[in-house]
Each structure stands twice: as C-alpha cells, then as structure tokens.
Design a protein. Structure first.
Length: 103
C-alpha cells in the first residue's frame, strides 16, 4: 500500500479564514517526511493518535501561492489548492499586513 498526503488546513490572514488544500508534494516539502514515514512514527508511539509533526504547523507563518478556479468564484468552493509556499522572513515582512508582522 502506498500512502500519500491530502491535507486540508484552515488558515487566517487577519481578515478571514480560508481552507487550503495540500497534496503530497507540498506536504512532504513542508513537513520533511513522507506519509509513510509519518504513519510509521505513529505506530512506534502508541500513545499518540495524532501526528505531532502536523501540530508543529500551528502558529507558524507562511505565504501561499494558491490556484483560484472558476468554482472558487462562481460556485462558492471555499477550498483553494496550494501550488507553492514560503516562510521566508524577508518576503513575509514585505507582503504581510503590518498588524500580522508582530504576531
């Protein structure tokens, strides 16, 4: 069996929440682990039913490049596919709203 990621996350930019969808390639880049490695880690830690690696994403800042489809605009599809992301401090400072820079 081959394990792959499909992860939907709610994010906030200071004005609203949206749901973004990560596929396998982007989550491997973000977490540094394949889905198989994450699953094996869960099997080793019997007391943990939730991957702590996912919890590490909480409260972190990222800038996302998302794909906006016709269905997002015309059919109220509120889930946007991530095509790229960064956590580069210089880019975040340049493009992040000033109210969020200190958070």
């Amino acid at each position: 069996m081959i394990f792959r990621y499909r992860l939907q996350i709610s994010v906030m930019d200071g004005t609203t929440f949206i749901s973004i969808l990560f596929w396998n390639k982007e989550i491997i880049q973000l977490l540094g682990k394949t889905a198989q490695e994450l699953k094996e880690g869960l099997l080793e830690d019997v007391e943990c039913a939730y991957p702590t690696k996912l919890g590490d994403l909480m409260k972190k800042k990222f800038m996302f490049k998302i794909l906006i489809k016709d269905s997002n605009i015309n059919k109220n599809d509120n889930v946007y596919k991530v095509v790229n992301f960064t956590n580069d401090d210089a880019l975040l400072k340049k493009y992040c709203h000033r109210d969020l820079r200190a958070v």
